[in-house]
Design a binder for this molecule. Structure first.
Ligand code: NAP
Length: 383
């Protein structure tokens, strides 16, 4: 049995030192449930302007943070911004902040960074948060991987957000594509001609990483990291990196556990953020056959029976499975009423046998890879 952590009476936010996080399937997360000796309590965290229904129904405890190798702390639960429509994005970001989210996960490729910035500006203007209360994440699209393009596009992205630095800036995918000027098309997408042509750049990942390190030196990003990288590239990067990647963002859900990659990250001090935690749910709109053919995770017998056992929603069980195993999560929802529910995924504990039952569903099924979106023989990133 695992005891719940009692939040401190003064309402301060809890920090989990990264060294205490466990990623292995055979062990759960004792240092967090037994955290009193090793956790520290940091910046004040409140839910100002939260409606009583959010606060009383879901926000039973503050969101923990994870300490990164850069020395900064990252909220363990954040809000995903992929496929948030431009028309509703500013309101969605504002409502997410109001619901208690402090980490916002954006990207050039999502095409909505201006609107994200409008939502942030409104929340700051109304006194709900200060800039320093937020942890804003964005990503470098491969079209901008040539070293001389990195800082200029980051400055453009910061301008879109209306902020002066990113808390975390990630290389979105490994492998550089030929530069497309933002005046031609922005965001540029995968294709050089905007239709079907994949054209690579000769830039190496090492060259791009040097420019990423320059962002930290120039105070344009506090921490830098990677996304969609696999073991060999990470081991290679750790040989040359002056600033090692603080985080690795990867697709992670019970149909794609990637345990060995998690083990690697833990061992190398890299915090893992899980994306697409609800598995196929995010990919149904692309008509992916394999996403449609699978049992939705929210309806899966194992997940629903565990949800009934703990009196939680299946979505909360999926998120808790990841957070209890030490990962950060960034669920996206367009529904205000679901935001607080998704955020409430660290304040209860699953028994080890339940964690293991979910982990055992691993089937190695990946949804987010370029070759699923368009026909090409040039983009086998996960091969
Ligand atoms: N680095 C990368 O390459 C990469 C790739 C993909 C995603 N990401 C990041 O990760 C974030 C999350 O991933 P994601 O957007 O793919 O998927 P996700 O958060 O796993 O799932 C989103 C889908 O689940 C639905 N949903 C959300 N909460 C729910 C709940 N409580 N019950 C039932 N359905 C729920 C949403 O619908 P509604 O909106 O209708 O609620 C939406 O269809 C992204 O937004 C993005 O920031 C990064």
């Amino acid at each position: 049995m695992y005891k719940s952590i009692v939040p401190p009476a003064n309402g301060l936010r809890r920090c989990i030192p990264f060294s205490t996080l466990l990623h292995t399937s055979s062990r759960t997360f004792p240092s967090v449930v037994n955290a009193s000796a090793r956790t520290t309590w940091n910046r004040p965290f409140r839910y100002p302007n939260c409606t009583p229904s959010y606060a009383s129904r879901y926000s039973t405890m503050p969101t923990p943070t994870i300490k990164l190798s850069s020395g900064y702390e990252m909220p363990q639960v954040g809000f995903g911004l992929w496929k948030v429509a431009n028309e509703t994005c500013a309101d969605t970001v504002y409502n997410a902040i109001k619901a208690g989210y402090r980490l916002l996960d954006g990207a050039c490729d999502y095409g909505n960074e201006k609107e994200c910035g409008e939502g942030v500006a409104k929340a700051i203007k109304e006194g709900i948060v200060k800039r320093e209360d937020l942890f804003i994440v964005s990503k470098l699209w491969p079209t901008f991987n040539d070293p001389e393009q990195v800082a200029p596009v980051v400055k453009k992205q910061l301008g879109d957000w209306g902020i002066e630095y990113f808390d975390l800036y990630l290389m979105h995918f490994p492998g550089a594509l030929k530069y497309v000027d933002p005046s031609v098309r922005y965001p540029p997408g995968w294709h050089y001609d905007g239709k079907s042509e994949i054209v690579r750049s000769k830039t190496t990942i090492q060259d791009t990483w040097r420019a990423m390190e320059g962002l930290v030196d120039a105070k344009l990003a506090k921490s830098i990291g990677i996304s969609n990288f696999q073991a060999q590239l990470i081991y290679d990067m750790l040989r040359y990196a002056r600033i090692p990647p603080a985080t690795l963002q990867i697709e992670h859900h019970p149909y794609l556990v990637q345990q060995e990659l998690l083990n690697l990250a833990k061992n190398e001090g890299i915090v893992v953020t899980a994306y697409s935690s609800f598995g196929p749910a995010s990919f149904l709109e692309f008509d992916f056959k394999h996403a449609k053919a699978l049992v939705p995770l929210m309806k899966d017998d194992i997940i629903t029976s565990i949800a009934a056992k703990y009196g939680k929603q299946p979505s909360q069980i999926l998120l808790r499975w990841a957070t209890q195993r030490g990962l950060a999560v960034i669920p996206k929802t367009s529904r205000v009423e679901v935001m607080a529910q998704n955020l409430d995924c660290t304040g209860f504990d699953l028994e080890k046998e339940d964690l293991d039952k979910i982990t055992a569903k691993d089937s190695g099924i990946r949804f987010n890879q370029p070759s699923n979106y368009f026909k090409t023989d040039m983009m086998w990133i996960f091969g």
